[in-house]
Every structure is written in structure tokens, then in C-alpha cells.
Design a binder for this molecule. Sequence first.
Ligand SMILES: [Zn+2]
Ligand SMILES: [Zn+2]
Length: 258
Amino acid sequence: MKIKPITLLCSVSLVFITIIACKKETTTTTTITTTPTTGTSGVPDVYKKIYNASDMYVDGNFLVIKVTSLPDHKSPYYQGTQWASTKYEAYNGTNPQWSQNPNKIAQSNLTFRIPLNPVAATTHAATPGGPIGVAINGVPIFNQYAAGGAPLTGEINSFDQYYGHPQQQGQYHYHAEPYYLTATKGKDALMGFLLDGFPVYGPNHGTTAVSNSDLDAYHGHTTATVDYPNGIYHYHTTSVDPYINGNGFYGTAGTVSQ
Ligand SMILES: [Zn+2]
Ligand SMILES: [Zn+2]
């Protein structure tokens, strides 16, 4: 039997469509089996400045940072702990009002998940009590309030010579400039990250001292830094209230769990 040209054309078209369909299906399968980058090898260089984490890895769009909260520097608050023989140091700071609080340093395991690509939030959430960020030595950063939202005025007198102290459960933390880090890394160095993924720098921007009036309501500004030559929003510590963060997170915060 003789095949009509129109029928032949349809048959060829059908075969062609089938090939396209098969190809498309293969592509889809490949996409599904692709896994997100995980492991220390995927951690961007800037985060490697966090030198005292117990673990750190990329999980999708987040950096996971695990810490013990134990400061790598000495403290009067190591007195009476298992680390006292090597880490205890009597107060030798400059505050004549110094008054040690009754707490002792204890290990406090924390897991921070901070966005790898921080973005400004449309609604700036207030910072919670407890950890709001992490310093490069694995010590949590707290906000500018004492328990109950009171100003830090009284609590400051219990800050040790490195400007941190433990809370009732022994979790050591900084509310202000971490003196050990500015002494060892520099006044203009990267101090850590808040939960929104934006970096925290010391009291200097380059060689210039930063004051509250140089910063916005969240205690930061957007310019280039050594670590971010193309510019980034970043917080600075200052010697007066609110010290590290102002009216809440500039960006959308990640999470911290205990
Ligand atoms: Zn405190
Ligand atoms: Zn700056």
C-alpha cells in the first residue's frame, strides 16, 4: 500500500515529539537528584574568621555555626570551674566599680543559623533577650538590655576585664566591645555576626573611630570593609549605649537554638 505524504509527516513528527519528551524527563530527574552544597569546603572565606566554633558548615542558604560559648580568653568567672587552673584570672581591668556577679562560666552549646546572603528586612524585628549573634571566638553576643529590658547601667560593673560576663546558667556573653578581640585582632576588625547575617566590626572603621551619630537606628551603615570590598551593611561597637545593636535587626534574622 502506498503511504500518503501527510501520514508520513505525522509519523515523523510524533517520533520527534517523543524524543523531546524523553530528553526533558531526563533533565528533570537530574535536577531533583542534585543536593545542596554541604561541608566546611563550601564555607566562604570571611566566615573562616570565626576561629573558635566547634562546627561550621553551609546548609542551603544558611551558615550553621555551633559553639560552646566558652571564652578562649581568661576570666575571673572561670573561678571554681573545671577550667580554672588554666583560665582563671583575677580582675585586672580599669573599672573602680567592678563587682563580680555570683555566676560561674559553664559550657553552653548553641547552634546559630545565619543567612549567607543577608538582606535588609522591610520590618525590622526587635532583638530578643539571650543570644542575638556570635563573636568570632564563639562567644554569644547579647543586646543592650539586662534581664527584663532594663538598661545595662548596673550590669556593666560585672563585666570582666575582657568586657563579658556569664548569666545565671553560666552562659558567657558580650553586650559590648569584646576587648580581647579588639586587642588581638584590631579595633577595626571583624568581631562577629548578628543573627541576620550582617557582620559586626569593632569601634573603628579603618583608622576612624565610629560614634553613634555615624550610624543608623540599627547601629550600622553601608560601606566597603576589608572583608567586603564591594560594600555591605555592618554594625559597629561603640563605647556608649546601645553598644552593638540599636532598634533591632537590620536584616531578617536566622535562628539560634540551645
Ligand atoms: Zn549580660
Ligand atoms: Zn563601618
